[in-house]
Write a protein that binds this ligand. Sequence first.
Ligand SMILES: [Mg+2]
Ligand SMILES: [Zn+2]
Length: 170
Amino acid sequence: MKVAFFDRDGTIIEDYPDHEWTYIKKPVFLPDSIETLKSVKEKGYEIIIITNQYLLNEGFILMEQYKEITEMMLNELALHGIEVLDIFYCPHKRNEGCTCIKPQTGMIMDALKKYPDININKSFMVGDSPVDIELTINMKMQGFGIGVGSTYCNDNIYEIKSIKDLPAYI
Ligand SMILES: [Mg+2]
Ligand SMILES: [Zn+2]
């Protein structure tokens, strides 16, 4: 099975400064993200979301809020016929020393444990932050960084200007 690993905030839905997340009640989809996820599915990839949510343990949002926003996002995607295979999130504080916060590889390693038939060499990660790209480097995977600059680019890492550029590469 080939998997498209997606970051959530700033990649699929709108991201905000940490303190603003406290007041966010529903997800706002970024332009072209739904169409892109659909196209990725049509190309035979399963979708797994990999998201840092230090907002939880650092006290910016409650677990209930995280779960509600996630559920609303999944419902909206389902309305467009897009099924997300799984979501892995890291709730830990940035200084908590966990092994799952991106760019650490814990969440993808957990996904590989849960879904042993994932072919990591045919999979990729896409995100809008340097930690997403550093994660793909740590995993030796193909990666796409949205507007992250060309610093990281090599044979396996591409910068794309917008999420809608992704399908042309895969
Ligand atoms: Mg992000
Ligand atoms: Zn963690």
